[in-house]
Every structure is written in structure tokens, then in C-alpha cells.
Design a protein around this ligand. Structure first.
Ligand code: GLC
Length: 810
């Protein structure tokens, strides 16, 4: 190891420069720059390792972000407090202020009410003279009281509250993975702190390899460490967890509304060998009267694993196959891996080589590895021209009728390096980690233009997804892209849905999927799913049913499995499993108006579909501990069975009143919240509860989606003094007219009034709708409905499609 030059403690600032939108503190070797990119958000660039340059620099060097969207710079206020060694400088906006202790070089973050949200105990850095890559180490420690919960961190294992865990941010292909495997495929260095019901957010916008110790080693400290020269942090005000998520996604982007078909049932298998297999699955679905919207083609469709080719013996007429599927209402999605076969004469390789688009090894030769194609080269997706070129490559597949693209192995995964370790040794310069490889990927020192892999590994997939998404927007501007990705970084939600990679048919993985998807959702990735009922291993019929029941509420529902494992299509398990699986797939389709509305909400506000209970009960520690249950949107509480042979389960109901709603219909007496309950759950049942004041909109089941202008619609409303629900509708594809319906209600002293207001140009597709209202006593009179009936606590109202106001006199 080379000699270390420590630039750490004691840090202090002896100077500051202030402009309207930027305040910079200068130490002898370090700097801290503060800006406010958005309301309730401060950017704190910690540069601990500037060395002697700190004294002469008047501005910190600019830096590229892969995640953060363009934004305005907001004015900052600045105020000095105290004297001498005690002196602090308070920099802030209306919503947040940062108190910087000059003598210590540390800071405290306060909200508008003066409450301390966070405290940085230290930041420090090291620079080593080594060649060529592992030169930096930057650290930052947040003081974290023991009762502070830590949520988010993207795709991570463990409970919802990650306190006491350590994570590495280094996108990794791991097979098989286990409930304690880290790192996995995605790196999203964003987290929410939650204490006394108040949330705040912390995002480290560093693509470099990073680690975080979430109060594992030091019970009072959350320590972040990066292999890069600085720590570019964003802090977000709450006070609610939803406020933090909204602000984080305002900064890093939101998932665009996907095409409706991608929310339908999806079937995949690594092992469908040819067009005949695909046809058989399609017919299997229709024969079993199972809903299906999408079929995936895994790597076997390619000729010799060459991306953008077809194996014509297996798939003689891909366009014909796509047409045949389309006649059944089913889309085809093809897998696209980044590894390009190194084969002279193969167009993709030739173009990439000629344009200098490929990742190189330390020595400067094009890096050769092995993935499915052998040998393989890797396009450098960190560069804009490479992304553009890649985007255009989708043209022929679109023309063939392929509807979506599945980006896999994009960590990037590389099974074997052929010349990856070729490197220089520079005389007289100590070299550390030359040729070092972590996981099955490229070495730290691989070259991406003038950057090294250690710096950009985590954003490789983000670049690929960006190229794919933007290419699709350009090539088919009238359609919404559907891209699915395994790897990613903060901001991936702008381009792709995420699935959690190669899980197994373990009950533990079924359960783990909940906290993983909740963590992803809190980290901006609202459109996500996991392989149902597990990619590796052998699923049972019971597992298929239970996993489909849970999957009915995943934003994305895909059945996928690995080569060599038993077939997993729903009919492979016999009865009663097939019928029960069908029943829950049909429930999924019934839920589509609500799911689609939630996806729309995610696209405009950033809130995920699957939300932890604490989202709406932030001060409730019992709710925080419920990480095997979640909210589907705001109003529907879902408590799936996550264990074999279980037919009842414990549930904690957070504040509010809850109507048992197990088969998407009332299934018991209304319960008060803030209590534990035991719910019955025979194999056909998922315990569900509908919140008082909330509603879900359901339609009829269908074999596939067509439009999100629902012809049949039933609102299920749980009455409360205030009622609020929404429905978003459009064609389900493209960028045409839409309509947002808002249903608001008030119930007081013997009268419940429901009103419907709409925005948008989309014409109404239905003559009538049904409203089922629960929790009201028998009405004396109903005004505004065509008909009404009341039985067993349920008031059913048949109304005109364009109803405006209903008055229920009690
Ligand atoms: C990877 C993917 C998996 C896919 C397989 C073959 O393991 O994670 O989903 O089926 O590669 O392409």
C-alpha cells in the first residue's frame, strides 16, 4: 500500500465566501459548499481532500451528476452567531438551515421550527499517491440517536428499518442470493431518518463505490465512506416521510407513467427455447383462462447470444410471432444484455469498435471478457454518444413488433476477464488494487474514457437504461417505453422498472420481497417487482398461490424462472392452485384502475405504490416494525401470508378505522386502529383492510388490458367524516387526453355528501358506475343516484357515469 496522506481531523474552517445562491467554507485542506437546489433541499458538497489547493481555490471544481435533474439555484440566507472558537455560521432557506461550527468543521441541520434533524460529527478524507485507482477515501459520520430509524437505501435486504446493518454500494450479480446478501444489483445511496414522527432525507450523489455503516459499529453513528474524492450530499426536509420522498424524487426524477399493458400479468422463463415454446405458453394461458399481457424472450432468442440478432432456426418469423401474440392481447419483451460478442463482421461489434465506444483495460486495449457471449466487449454507457448509438439499435426490434426491453447483466456482469488485468506498472509509484475485481464484473481500473470503473461502475446500468429509454422515445414517440432493468443507481426510475434479480423459491424470499420493494419505493423506484414464485429452486403450488396473492399488489407482476428448474406456469401445479392463482390474477386486473392511478401519482409526485405503514403513522413504532405488510397506495392495507401452511396471521393496524376487505369485498366488522389483530387467511385469502376515508376503484377482470378508460367501475368507499379518493384515466398508452377524477365526501350530523370533480379532456367511457359505501347506517333517503339499496352495512348506489353530487340522508 502506498503512503497515506491523511487530511482528516481536526478539520476547521477559517474562511468563507458567500454569494446569493452559494456559500463556501474553506479549511486549510478542505471545503464545504452549500446550495439549495429546490424548496426543502440543501446540497452540501464536502470536499475533505483538496490539499493545498484549498487555500488558493475560490470556487470548488464543478462536478457531473448522473442522477440529479436540472434545477434552479435558490437564494440562501447567512447569519453569524457567537464569537471566537464558538462561532457558528447559519446558512439556510425558509425550510432548512445548516449551522456550521467553524472551529470543528462540522454542521447541524435544523428544520423551520428549529428542531435538530441531523448532525454531522465529522468528515474527513485521505489521498494516496498510488496508481491508478484507489486513491481516495472520503468519510462522513452522522450522529444518530438510538431511537432514529433508517429507511430506504434502495434495493437492500433486511428489515424495513436498516439500523444496525452495513451496506456496500457496488452493483453486483449474485447467484444465488440470500436474505443477508449484500451488495445486490442496485445502488441507491438515499435514506430517510425517522425519529419522533419526523422524517428527513439524506442522499449521497456519488457514483463511486461506497459503504454505509448504519449505526452497526457505533450505535450512535451512521458512517458513509466513498472511494471518491468528495461527498456530495443532499439533505431533505420532511416532516412526513412522504414529503421526503417527494423532494428526493423532485431532485432525481420520477417514474414516467408506463403503458397499461406492463401492469398486467407477465410470464417469462429462461428456458423457453423457441417460438414453439412461446406459442405453447401463450395458448396455455388462454386455455386455462388466465390473464396475460406480456411474454418475455430470454437469451435463447439470439444467435450465439449476439444482441440485436435473432436465431432464425429457433425464431424463423419473429414479426409473425409478435403479431400472433398481439392477436391474443399479448406483447413481447426481449432481453438485451450489454455484453457484445467480440466477433469481427458482427455489425454491433464493428460499429462500437470503430467509434471507440468500448470500455478499455488499464493498458488501453479494448477490454475482453466473457458473459453469455464469449468473448464479449462492453459498450461504455457512461458516455452520451454511446447511449445515443445504443438507443438507435432498438429500431429493428421495434419494427419487428417487440414492445418492451429487458436490460439484464448490466452491473455489468462479467463471468471471466480475458485481458482485464493487463495493466501498467509505473516505476516509482506504488500501485494499489491494480486489476482488482470485486464481484463478477470489470476491474476497478478499467477505463471509461478518462474515468475508471471504480468511479462509474454503479452508473453503468443507468447509462444503458437512459440510452434505451431515450432511444425508444425518439424511435416511437407515440408510445410509452417499457424498460425493465436489473442494475441501477439513483435516478433509474426515470427510465426503467426494476426487478430484484435472481431470487429463489424460498418463503424467506417471498417475505423479503416486501421490505426490498418498500426500500426501493422509498428510494424513488415506484415501478418494481420480483420474480414470482422465485427464479431458482422448486416452488410448490401453495407458494405459487401465496406469491401471486402478494404479487397482485406488486407494481409489476412477473412469473419468471431459471433454466433447469421445474416449470412454473400456473397450470403446472394442478388444482386447487391453478384456480386460486387465477382468482388472484383476476383480482389484480380488477385493481388496475387503482394501480394505474397510483402509477400516475408516482409519475407526478414520486410516491410509490407499495408504502410502509409508517408512511402515514410516522410516530408509531409498532407500525415501523410491520415489514411483512404494507399499504397499496394510501388506503388499502395488505397483509399477505408469508409462511408455509399458515392460515391466519397477526397484523398491527395503525391509526384510523379499518374495514376488513379480504376478497376485495367487506369481510368482517370495522376495527379501530392502533391495535393488534389476528386475521383469518385460508389459502384463497389475503388479509386486506380499507382505511376509513379512503376508497379503491375496481373494474371487471379481463384476459388482458385494453384501455385505461374503464367501461365498468365500482368504487368501494369506507365512509368517514372526510373522504378523499382519486382516479386517473387515459388510453393506457401514448400521450393523449387524460382525465383525473376526484371524489370527495363529507359525513356529518345525519348527512353524507359525495362529490365528483374531474379535470382533463378525456371523454367518459361509461354510462354508469356503482358506489359501494361502507360504515354508514341505513339511509332515509338518497339524492342523485339512479337506485340504491342497503344490506348488511353496505350501501350500493347506481349512478350515472358523469354524476356530480350524491346526498345520503341518514
Ligand atoms: C440472469 C437474469 C435472469 C435471466 C438469466 C438468463 O440470471 O437475472 O432473470 O433469466 O440471466 O438471461
Amino acid at each position: 500500500m502506498g503512503s497515506l496522506s491523511f487530511l482528516s481531523a481536526p478539520m476547521h474552517f477559517n474562511d468563507l465566501s458567500a454569494e446569493t445562491t452559494r456559500v463556501t467554507f474553506w479549511g486549510s485542506h478542505s471545503a464545504l459548499e452549500i446550495r439549495s437546489p429546490l424548496p426543502g433541499v440543501l446540497r452540501l458538497r464536502h470536499l475533505p481532500s483538496l490539499g493545498a489547493a484549498a487555500v488558493t481555490l475560490r470556487e470548488v471544481p464543478s462536478k457531473q451528476s448522473w442522477s440529479v435533474l436540472e434545477h434552479l439555484e435558490r437564494p440562501l440566507s447567512i447569519r453569524r452567531e457567537g464569537q471566537g472558537a464558538e462561532q457558528t455560521v447559519v446558512v439556510g432557506t425558509e425550510e432548512l438551515s445548516l449551522e456550521v461550527q467553524l472551529a470543528l468543521g462540522t454542521w447541524r441541520l435544523r428544520d423551520a421550527g428549529g428542531r435538530e434533524l441531523a448532525r454531522c460529527d465529522s468528515f474527513a478524507g485521505e489521498v494516496r499517491p498510488d496508481y491508478p485507482v484507489t486513491r481516495f477515501r472520503s468519510r462522513l459520520t452522522l450522529r444518530s440517536p438510538v431511537d432514529e430509524a433508517w429507511l430506504g437505501f434502495g434495493e437492500k435486504v433486511g428489515a424495513l428499518d436498516k439500523r444496525g446493518m452495513r451496506f456496500t454500494f457496488w452493483n453486483t450479480d449474485v447467484l444465488p442470493h440470500h436474505p443477508d446478501t449484500d451488495p445486490l444489483y442496485q445502488s441507491i445511496p438515499f435514506s430517510l431518518g425517522l425519529r419522533d414522527g419526523i422524517a428527513w432525507g439524506f442522499f449521497l450523489d456519488e457514483s463511486w463505490r461506497m459503504e454505509v455503516d448504519v449505526a452497526a459499529e457505533d450505535p450512535l453513528g451512521v458512517r458513509w465512506e466513498s472511494s471518491g474524492p468528495e461527498l456530495d450530499a443532499y439533505v431533505f426536509a420532511g416532516p412526513l416521510p412522504s414529503d421526503v420522498v417527494k423532494r428526493y424524487t423532485a431532485l432525481t426524477g420520477r417514474a414516467p407513467l408506463p403503458p397499461l399493458w406492463s401492469l398486467g400479468a407477465q410470464q417469462s422463463r429462461w428456458g423457453y427455447e423457441n417460438a414453439k415454446d412461446i406459442r405453447a405458453v401463450l395458448h396455455g394461458y388462454r386455455k386455462a383462462r388466465l390473464p396475460l399481457d406480456c411474454l418475455y424472450l430470454d437469451i435463447d432468442y439470439m444467435e450465439g447470444y449476439k444482441v440485436w440478432t435473432w436465431d432464425k432456426t429457433r425464431y424463423p418469423d419473429p414479426a409473425g410471432l409478435a403479431r400472433e401474440a398481439a392477436e391474443q392481447g399479448v406483447r413481447l419483451v426481449t432481453i438485451v444484455d450489454p455484453g457484445v460478442k467480440a466477433e469481427p463482421g458482427y455489425r454491433v461489434y464493428d460499429e462500437a469498435l470503430a467509434s471507440d465506444f468500448l470500455v478499455r483495460n488499464d493498458r488501453g486495449s479494448v477490454l475482453l471478457g466473457e458473459v453469455w457471449p464469449k468473448p464479449a466487449v462492453f459498450p461504455d454507457f457512461t458516455r452520451a454518444p454511446v447511449q445515443k448509438w445504443w438507443g438507435k439499435l432498438h429500431k429493428e426490434f421495434l419494427e419487428t413488433g417487440i414492445s418492451g426491453f429487458w436490460n439484464d447483466m448490466n452491473e455489468p456482469s462479467c463471468f471471466k476477464l480475458l485481458n482485464g488485468n493487463e495493466s501498467f506498472s509505473v516505476p516509482g509509484v506504488p500501485s494499489a488494487d491494480v486489476g482488482k475485481v470485486e464481484g463478477i464484473t470489470l476491474p476497478y481500473d478499467a477505463r471509461h474514457g478518462d474515468r475508471r470503473h471504480l468511479e462509474v461502475h454503479n452508473v453503468y446500468a443507468l447509462g444503458m437504461a437512459k440510452g434505451t429509454y431515450e432511444g425508444l422515445r425518439e424511435l416511437a414517440p407515440e408510445r410509452r417505453p417499457f424498460v425493465l432493468t436489473r442494475a441501477g443507481f439513483a435516478g433509474i426510475q426515470r427510465y426503467a422498472a426494476v426487478w430484484t434479480g435472481d431470487n429463489s423459491s424460498y418463503w424467506a424470499h417471498l417475505e423479503l420481497s416486501i421490505s426490498m420493494l418498500l426500500g426501493l419505493g422509498l428510494s424513488g423506484v415506484s415501478f418494481a417487482g420480483v420474480d414470482v414464485p422465485g427464479f431458482l429452486g422448486r416452488a410448490s403450488g401453495e407458494m405459487l398461490v401465496r406469491w401471486t396473492q402478494l404479487g397482485a399488489f406488486y407494481p409489476m407482476l412477473r412469473n419468471h424462472s431459471a433454466k433447469g428448474t421445474p416449470q412454473q406456469e400456473p397450470w403446472c401445479f394442478g388444482e386447487p392452485y391453478l384456480s386460486l392463482t387465477r382468482q388472484w390474477m383476476e383480482h389484480r386486473y380488477r385493481l388496475l384502475p387503482t394501480l394505474y392511478t397510483l402509477m400516475h401519482e408516482a409519475s407526478v409526485e414520486g410516491l410509490p405504490v407499495m408504502r410502509p405503514l409508517v408512511m402515514y403513522a410516522p410516530g408509531d413504532t409498532e407500525a415501523l416494525r410491520m415489514d411483512d405488510a404494507f399499504l397499496f397506495g394510501r388506503d388499502l392495507l395488505v397483509a399477505p401470508i408469508v409462511r408455509q401452511y399458515r392460515t391466519r396471521r397477526h397484523m398491527y393496524l395503525p391509526e384510523g378505522r379499518w374495514l376488513p376487505f379480504s376478497q376485495l369485498a367487506p369481510s368482517g366488522e370495522i376495527l379501530e386502529g392502533r391495535q393488534h389483530t389476528l386475521a383469518e387467511a385460508p389459502l384463497d385469502t389475503v388479509p386486506l383492510w380499507l382505511r376509513a376515508g379512503g376508497a379503491v376503484a375496481l373494474t371487471e377482470p379481463a384476459l388482458h388490458t385494453t384501455t385505461a378508460q374503464w367501461k365498468q367501475l365500482t368504487w368501494h368507499i369506507h365512509a368517514a367524516p372526510r373522504i378523499d379518493a382519486r382516479l386517473y384515466e387515459d388510453a393506457g398508452e401514448g400521450y393523449g387526453a387524460a382525465r383525473l377524477t376526484r371524489l370527495v365526501g363529507e359525513w356529518q350530523s345525519g348527512r353524507c355528501v359525495l362529490e365528483r370533480a374531474t379535470e382533463g379532456e378525456l371523454p367518459l367511457a361509461r354510462q354508469q358506475e356503482t358506489l359501494c359505501v361502507y360504515g354508514l347506517p341505513a339511509p332515509r333517503e338518497v339524492r342523485g343516484a339512479r337506485q340504491h339499496r342497503f344490506a348488511e352495512g353496505k350501501l350500493t348506489l347506481d349512478v350515472e357515469g358523469d354524476w356530480r353530487r350524491l346526498e345520503i340522508l341518514l
